[in-house]
Write a protein that binds this ligand. Structure first.
Ligand code: RIB
Ligand code: CA
Length: 321
C-alpha cells in the first residue's frame, strides 16, 4: 500500500495529460487514489479510453477511473483533435482492457474527499466541469482538502484558443468561473506553462529507449503551431506536466488575487480577470466612505523554474526505463 501524498487527477487525456499521468504514477511519495475524466481535448469516450490505455501501458490498471461530464455546463463541447491527434492521443495505443468504475466523476471525487480529507490534493487539467459539479454538490470540499490545483487560464498573457482565453477555461467558462470563485485554487496558467518545453535531445533519448518509453516519446512530439508563432518552434509546451512538477518539486512561484472568469458569449469568453492592483471593490459605504477591496479568491502561478521542471520530468519519465 503506497503511503504518499494522496492525489486525485481530473483529466481530458490528450498528450500532456498522459505525460502528467506518467509523472504522478512514477513519483516517489505520491499515491494516485484515482482519476476522473472529462470531455476536453477530445470526446469523453476518447479521453476515458485514452486514460485507461495509458494506465494499461504503464502497468497501473490498479488505479480506478471514473467517467465525468461529456459536455460543458452550458456550451457545446469543442475538442482539440487538431492539436492532440484524431482520438486525442498520439501513439496508436490499443483499446484498453480495463473499464471505468460505476460511479460518476462527481460521486467519485466527493467519496475521495470524504475518505481522505486534508490528506487529499486534487489536480484538474481539463475543462473544470467535474470539479464545479463536485463543489456544487459538496460546498465544504475546498476547505476539506489540502490543495486544489488546476491547469488553465491566462492571467497576464494571451490565450491559446482565442486571443484572451486558454482552452480549458474557454471550453467551460461557467465551470471555471465557479471554481475560481469558490475553490481557492492554485491556477497554473499559460503565464508559466507556455515556457514548459523539453529539450529536443530529451525526446531523442526517449525514442531510443525501450518500451513503454518509445510510446511516451510520441506524447512529447505533437506539433503545437501556436508555439511557433511566439517562440519560432513547434515544440509543444507540456502544460499539464507543470502541475505535476509543482506538486512533486515546487517549481512555481504564486501570488494571490481576486480572480473572475468571463462567462459572456462574446470575444472575451473564458478570459481571466485578475485584480492585480486590487481596484475591484465591494460597494463603497456611502456614510463612512470605507472602500472595501475584494478578497483574493485564489493563487495564480507567476514564474517557473524551468530547469527544475525539466529535471523532474526526466527523473519521473525515465523511471519507466
Ligand atoms: O490549454 C492547454 C490545456 O488544454 C491542457 O490541459 C491541454 O491538455 C488541454 O486540456
Ligand atoms: Ca489537459
Amino acid at each position: 500500500m503506497t503511503m504518499g501524498r494522496k492525489i486525485l487527477l481530473d483529466v481530458d487525456t490528450g498528450n500532456d495529460d498522459a505525460i502528467l499521468l506518467a509523472m504522478m504514477l512514477a513519483a516517489e511519495d505520491i499515491d494516485v487514489v484515482g482519476i476522473t475524466t472529462v470531455a476536453g481535448n477530445s470526446t469523453l469516450t476518447n479521453t476515458t479510453q485514452n486514460t485507461l490505455s495509458v494506465l494499461e501501458l504503464l502497468d497501473r490498471t490498479d488505479v480506478p477511473v471514473a467517467k465525468g461530464a461529456e459536455r460543458p455546463f452550458v456550451r457545446d463541447h469543442c475538442g482539440a483533435e487538431w492539436v492532440h491527434g484524431e482520438n486525442g492521443l498520439r501513439g496508436d495505443l490499443p483499446g484498453p482492457t480495463p473499464s471505468p468504475v460505476d460511479q460518476t466523476a462527481m460521486e467519485f471525487i466527493c467519496e475521495q474527499v470524504a475518505t481522505h480529507g486534508t490528506d487529499l490534493t486534487i489536480a484538474a487539467v481539463g475543462p473544470l466541469t467535474n470539479i464545479a459539479l463536485a463543489i456544487a454538490n459538496r460546498l465544504t470540499l475546498p476547505d476539506e482538502i489540502d490543495e486544489l490545483y488546476l491547469m488553465g487560464g491566462a492571467a497576464h498573457t494571451h490565450g491559446n484558443t482565442t486571443p484572451v482565453a486558454e482552452f480549458n477555461f474557454w471550453g467551460d467558462p461557467e465551470a471555471a468561473s465557479r471554481v475560481m470563485q469558490d475553490g481557492f485554487p492554485r491556477m497554473v496558467g499559460l503565464d508559466v506553462t507556455n515556457q514548459a518545453t523539453v529539450l529536443p535531445e530529451f525526446v531523442d533519448k526517449l525514442e531510443d529507449a525501450a518500451p513503454p518509453l518509445t510510446t511516451v516519446a510520441q506524447w512529447f512530439d505533437y506539433p503545437d503551431e501556436l508555439m511557433k508563432v511566439e517562440y519560432g518552434t513547434t515544440v509543444p509546451a507540456i502544460h499539464d506536466g507543470v502541475v505535476g512538477a509543482d506538486i512533486i518539486g515546487n517549481v512555481l512561484e504564486y501570488e494571490s488575487y481576486y480572480v473572475e472568469v468571463d462567462t459572456t458569449d462574446g470575444p472575451s469568453r473564458g478570459a481571466v480577470i485578475c485584480d492585480v492592483l486590487e481596484i475591484m471593490e465591494t460597494e463603497v459605504n456611502v456614510v463612512s466612505e470605507d472602500r472595501n477591496h475584494l478578497s483574493p479568491t485564489g493563487y495564480v502561478a507567476e514564474s517557473i523554474d524551468i530547469d527544475h521542471f525539466r529535471e523532474i520530468i526526466s527523473e519521473t519519465i525515465f523511471s519507466y526505463n
